[in-house]
Write a protein that binds this ligand. Structure first.
Ligand code: FES
Ligand code: FES
Length: 213
């Protein structure tokens, strides 16, 4: 299930054209620009090098206000940090997983303003004022979300590492109307890789939850 064609499909399925997140080719362009920014001062001599921040130093922060799982948070972030890292390391929302950190596995899927995106490919500083939903926000008043219950009932997981991303992507998949058949679900969930191969249970769980919601 995790061949190259599916990874290509993941860009479309998780971050369709017009979505606010970045796709891998955007990040490659930005990475190239960042590499130039780091390497150019090195050609300017020792004085220039000593005055240039290292790759791990930040010269500024950005004020960002987010509404995360219904709660407003205001934070200062390094403008180079991904939304995934800010969620996990600043807000301690570690339910969202870091798998590949390059947009290929879907483990970091969240909802951003109601649309599913891979949070490793976008910068937190780009989303001031955004509404974010993570796996931690699905349970309401002690009740599991129908998708969470369905994943348990249909054995839609083994190790569980991919499961938060699978479930958040499934929330988006159902909301988009892309869960009308097992084939439909397989296609529109193709950006979420499960290394344990729990796909039959995942598809069954999403189909079941789609009927209940
Ligand atoms: S797609 Fe973001 S961690 Fe793999
Ligand atoms: S349950 Fe192990 S990677 Fe999906």
């Amino acid at each position: 299930m995790c061949d190259f064609a599916e990874m290509q499909a993941s860009e479309t399925a998780i971050d369709p054209p017009g979505a606010p997140g970045l796709v891998r080719r955007d990040v490659l362009v930005l990475s190239g620009a960042a590499a130039l920014a780091v390497t150019t001062p090195a050609s300017m001599g020792r004085a220039a090098i000593s005055a240039t921040p290292t790759a791990t130093e930040s010269t500024s922060t950005a004020a960002v206000r987010l509404i995360v799982n219904g709660r407003e948070v205001s934070i200062e972030v390094d403008p180079r940090r991904s939304l995934l890292d800010v969620l996990r390391e600043t807000l301690n929302l570690t339910g969202t997983k870091k798998g590949c950190n390059q947009g290929a596995c879907g483990a970091c899927t969240i909802l951003l303003n109601g649309r599913r995106i891979v949070s490793c490919l976008t910068l937190a500083a780009m989303h001031d004022g955004a509404e974010i939903e993570t796996i931690e926000g699905l349970e309401k008043n002690g009740e599991l979300h129908p998708l969470q219950s369905a994943f348990i009932e249909h054995d839609g997981l083994q190790c569980g590492f991919c499961t938060p991303g699978q479930i958040m992507s499934a929330v988006g998949c159902i909301a988009e109307g892309h869960a009308s058949s097992p084939d439909d679900i397989r296609f529109w969930m193709s950006g979420n890789i499960c290394r344990c191969g729990a796909y039959p249970g995942i598809v069954a769980a999403i189909a079941d939850a789609a009927k209940r919601t």
